[in-house]
Ligand binder design. Structure first.
Ligand SMILES: *Cc1c(COP(=O)(O)O)cnc(C)c1O
Ligand code: SF4
Length: 503
């Protein structure tokens, strides 16, 4: 089916892509006025980092002569992407340093920056976190030979080109090699050459899913599926939807981040015809949470599409608690649920973006308990060589005593608690016991100092567990008991508990 094929099942007239936004309210509830958006351009920076003063930036700085009509037209944005170093230097002279090195890395991996995304860059900050994601850096040249072409072995697990089938019930489907912006740390940069994926190849991918009944979930991901013309994407989704065993379709996209103008009513109406459809977006920094991005996410949400965010932990971009917290809080205000925080893959040319695992753990430690659980992503390492996503958590289970049926756990403040298993049930429970010889556990709030915690439960044998967990400041802390297991759950036990004391 070509782009111009008639839409048989579409009784309503559909506006052309280039037409001005329709006057009708979208079909999914009330339309928000622009002043009602809780998130606006520099909100998170104001709230979380009052000391950050941003320099020259914005559309007025980089593109003062562009009309509103052009600026808000995603086709204009797409056509005017900055793809050469010459143009980038013209708009942002600070990038002129180390020119030869930067040219060389562009020969390895192309650049693409929408005018909108460039406008988020602070022209006075040479280490700007938005710029760092998309501009060729000297560090990239330094490490250009370090890393893997295909760190996740996506091609080894590929039954047909474009499909990675790693898990039993779901597959990854890479439709194109075209993105609104090109992220310098992209795991899939090996595929980002010019030229489109042929339609027959896409048909072969769909065909693989159709003849593989175990697949109930497809992740259609970057190259960015929302870069397709609406009709073309519609045709692909229609083919996927015709597969009876395929329960859900997920789209992974950075378009709401890099080209939010693309999320128009026509696109949303088309996507809503393919439910159940989920979208994973990819915001990495609170400064990407603009009014335009909020509007794009709002439109998608109103089309009934649940939005989840997959961020990548990137050195020099978002590798501190305050930035990730501001990001997650801002996402929540846009009704986007933080889903994954990825450890940066060891992809070629991205060594300078990689952080230690300890850094990721520190960030999760700084969120859990300190903010809404809904705002905390799962921190994952996508295992090199193709092991899939592996969640990594700070250790909250300090000890598990299988014989006594007791777990020693700590909370976000470093307080230690004993949880007693249901009586008679602990034999069946398979919980790995942390090694008794393991290094001292670093407790929350310890400010980098390690504190000894009991490696075993206190073992006084009577189950009352007055332990001696300490927090990082060295205070004695009472070990809490699990309060509910002894209270009684029969009617008479409850009655006895609520009896008034005699007097
Ligand atoms: C990430 C990924 C998925 C989806 O993983 P979830 O944990 O279900 O979000 C599926 N297949 C591949 C190859 C992936 O990389
Ligand atoms: S948008 Fe996604 S697929 Fe495209 S370059 Fe960025 S990380 Fe890679």
């Amino acid at each position: 089916m070509g782009d111009s094929a008639p839409q048989q099942e579409a009784p309503v007239e559909r506006p052309e892509l280039d037409a001005p936004p329709s006057k009708q309210p979208p079909p999914f509830g009330r339309r928000l006025g622009s002043d009602e958006f809780a998130v606006h351009e520099n909100f998170p920076m104001k709230v979380e980092s009052p000391s950050v003063r941003l320099g020259r930036r914005g559309r007025a700085h980089y593109y003062p002569d562009v009309s509103d009509a052009d600026w808000n037209d995603w086709r204009w944005q797409f056509r005017h992407r900055v793809t050469t170093l010459d143009e980038l230097v013209r708009r942002l002279p600070s990038v002129g340093a180390d020119r030869a090195a930067r040219e060389q890395v562009l020969a390895d991996f192309r650049m693409g920056i929408t005018p909108y995304y460039l406008s988020l860059v602070d022209a006075d900050d040479p280490d700007d976190p938005v710029l760092r994601q998309v501009a060729p850096l000297f560090e990239e040249h330094l490490y250009r030979a370090v890393g893997e072409e295909d760190p996740l072995a996506e091609e080894k697990f590929s039954p047909v080109p474009g499909i990675t089938h790693r898990y039993p019930d779901r597959v990854l489907m890479v439709l194109s090699n075209n993105c609104a912006i090109y992220c310098r740390y992209c795991t899939r940069k090996r595929t980002m050459y010019e030229g489109a994926t042929a339609d027959v190849e896409i048909d072969r991918m769909v065909d693989y899913i159709a003849r593989t009944p175990s697949v109930r979930d497809v992740v259609v991901s970057g190259g960015d599926p929302l870069n397709f013309a609406t009709a073309k994407l519609d045709a692909i989704l229609t083919k996927l939807r015709a597969i009876p065993h395929l329960e859900i379709i997920r789209i992974g996209t950075r378009v709401p981040v890099a080209l939010p103008q693309r999320i128009d009513d026509e696109l949303c109406e088309m996507l809503a015809r393919h439910h159940p459809l989920w979208i994973n977006v990819h915001f990495n920094h609170p400064r990407e949470l603009t009014a335009d991005a909020a509007r794009a996410c709002d439109k998608l949400s109103r089309a009934g599409i649940p939005l989840n965010n997959q961020a990548v932990l990137l050195k020099g971009v978002n590798d501190d608690v305050a930035t990730i917290k501001a990001l997650c809080h801002g996402l929540m205000k846009m009704r986007v649920r933080p889903y994954y925080l990825y450890q940066c893959d060891p992809v070629r040319g991205a060594e300078h973006f990689r952080t230690t695992v300890a850094k990721g753990l520190e960030i999760i430690e700084g969120l859990r308990g300190h903010t809404s659980g809904l705002a905390i992503p799962t921190y994952v390492i996508d295992a090199p060589g193709g092991g899939g996503k592996i969640p990594i958590q700070p250790q909250y289970l300090l000890d598990y005593d299988r014989e006594k049926g007791r777990a020693l756990v700590r909370n976000y403040q470093g307080n230690v608690y004993e949880y007693v298993e249901p009586r008679g049930a602990h034999d069946e429970v398979l919980v790995p016991t942390p090694s008794k010889e393991s290094a001292p556990v670093r407790l929350a709030g310890s400010n980098g100092k390690s504190a000894e915690t009991p490696a075993t439960s206190n073992g006084n044998g009577n189950g009352n567990g007055n332990g001696n967990g300490k927090n990082g400041h060295g205070d004695e802390r009472v070990v809490g008991k699990s309060k509910w297991v002894h209270r009684g759950s029969t009617r008479s036990e409850r009655a006895a508990r609520f009896e008034k004391p005699k007097g």
